[in-house]
Design a binder for this molecule. Structure first.
Ligand SMILES: [Zn+2]
Ligand SMILES: [Zn+2]
Length: 217
């Protein structure tokens, strides 16, 4: 049996007795944890007759960039020279349960080989495994959560230091706009029309003022 403190410090609060936990693994690097996580959820998929294909999995940003807020991404076999699905888990995730939850979502894409995005084929697999929510961001539902919590415990600490990733770019551009000095009417300007000068106020029929950055036209 495991030391009680290891169990009680877990987010799920599950006890060694109730989960039948015998081993807490220790992983030196994130990838072996993630590969072990795939093996840990494989029986769950198999129980619903879904076969997880060979996958490569690592920590990395989604190709859609930080601002997309995407926390995981799966690539089709066709995208890989070795014809294996490749999954990336965002470095912004640090909690083992969250990582596992995200991994399960991405593994469903792998089962589907990313053929149907979040369409009905994806949804069918997701619902059978106990995921909930809008399919784009579907995560573990009430039945799946405790199972993943137990698996997260068994997998042991996730050897990754959560990265603070800003969701939005810090600087905000001072977008070019036009404003009527009489009534206050404002419109954003398209870059390609800046050379035309400020428009006429529809209300007061006078030329509006150029405000914001009109320089980088
Ligand atoms: Zn997805
Ligand atoms: Zn006006």
């Amino acid at each position: 049996m495991n030391p009680t403190n290891t169990i009680s410090s877990s987010p799920s609060g599950a006890s060694a007795q109730s989960v039948g936990l015998t081993t807490i693994h220790s992983h030196a690097v994130r990838e072996t944890w993630l590969l072990a996580a795939i093996e840990a959820v494989r029986p769950m998929f198999l129980a619903k007759r879904h076969v997880i294909p060979d996958c490569q999995v690592s920590v990395g940003f989604a190709s859609t960039g930080n601002r997309s807020g995407h926390i995981g991404q799966c690539w089709s076999t066709g995208s890989s020279a070795a014809k294996v699905n490749q999954i990336f888990i965002s470095p912004a995730l640090g909690d083992p349960f969250e990582v596992l939850d995200t991994l399960v979502h991405e593994l469903i894409h792998a089962v589907d080989d990313c053929q149907h995005k979040h369409g009905k084929e994806f949804k069918k697999i997701a619902l059978s495994l106990g995921l909930k929510g809008p399919m784009r961001s579907a995560g573990a539902g009430p039945d799946l959560i405790p199972k993943l919590q137990v698996l997260a415990l068994q997998l042991g600490p996730y050897p990754h230091a959560q990265l603070q990733v800003p969701r939005k770019t810090v600087f905000r551009r001072n977008r070019p706009r036009a404003k009527c000095k009489t009534c206050g009417y404002q419109v954003p300007m398209l870059k390609k029309f800046l050379a035309f000068g400020p428009p006429i106020c529809p209300q007061d029929k006078i030329e509006m003022q150029a405000i914001g950055d009109w320089e980088d036209a």
